[in-house]
Design a protein around this ligand. Structure first.
Ligand SMILES: [Zn+2]
Length: 106
């Protein structure tokens, strides 16, 4: 029997951003995506706007995944290699799922 499992509430307290920050970013992306979708709801959709809507949807998915990682206590750890994602990277992109080297090779 081991008692090494950390309490979920104390898992990386200084690395995880507040859920509010991510939820605000998510709401922001969702709003921008709706605007983009409304713009593309024409007979001649602008390909740039179509791409933007698609990339916003991708970002929303990444934010959802980050929120799940916070809940699971694995936030700030690369999803591919398990090493720590640098703090400055998380600051720039709070929902980053992979460390720089993994991101570059995929
Ligand atoms: Zn990695």
């Amino acid at each position: 029997m081991t008692t090494l499992s950390p309490a979920p509430t104390t898992a990386s307290p200084d690395r995880a951003p507040s859920r509010v920050l991510l939820e605000t970013q998510r709401a922001d992306c969702a709003r921008q995506r709706e605007l983009a979708l409304a713009e593309t709801a024409t007979s001649m959709p602008d390909p740039v706007t179509v791409n933007r809507a698609a990339s916003l949807l991708r970002t929303i998915g990444e934010i959802d995944a980050a929120l799940e990682r916070i809940a699971a206590g694995t936030y700030g750890t690369c999803v591919h290699c398990g090493s720590a994602v640098p703090a400055e990277r998380l600051e720039f992109r709070p929902f980053a799922a992979a460390c720089v080297s993994c991101q570059q090779t995929r």
